[in-house]
Design a binder for this molecule. Structure first.
Ligand SMILES: [Zn+2]
Length: 94
């Protein structure tokens, strides 16, 4: 997996190829989460799909919920990303 450091915050990121064949910067550590259409987190799952949800520890599981594993999309968690670029879909590695 392609590791690098975010040029805005200096944290380590990994690049995951999205379904649209674009590289997406993500936090390196996978998290358990539950999908929620209005979830606060943006996560990239292994297929490259970007989904919204909440971390497992933040939700009460309901019938039909299942835990999934994804990586937090770095453009959503990075403190510098929004300030640094107007188009967060097209970030650059350092
Ligand atoms: Zn960053």
């Amino acid at each position: 997996m392609n590791m690098s450091k975010c040029k805005y915050c200096g944290r380590e990121i990994v690049w995951i190829t999205s379904r649209a064949e674009r590289p997406l910067p993500c936090d390196p550590h996978p998290r358990y989460f539950v999908r929620r259409s209005k979830g606060a987190q943006k996560l990239v799952i292994l297929s490259g799909e970007v989904v919204t949800g909440e971390f497992l520890e933040d939700v009460f599981m309901a019938d039909g919920d299942r835990e999934e594993i994804g990586r937090v999309a770095h453009f959503a968690s990075c403190p510098g990303f929004k300030a640094g670029r107007s188009n967060p879909d097209r970030p650059r590695a350092v």
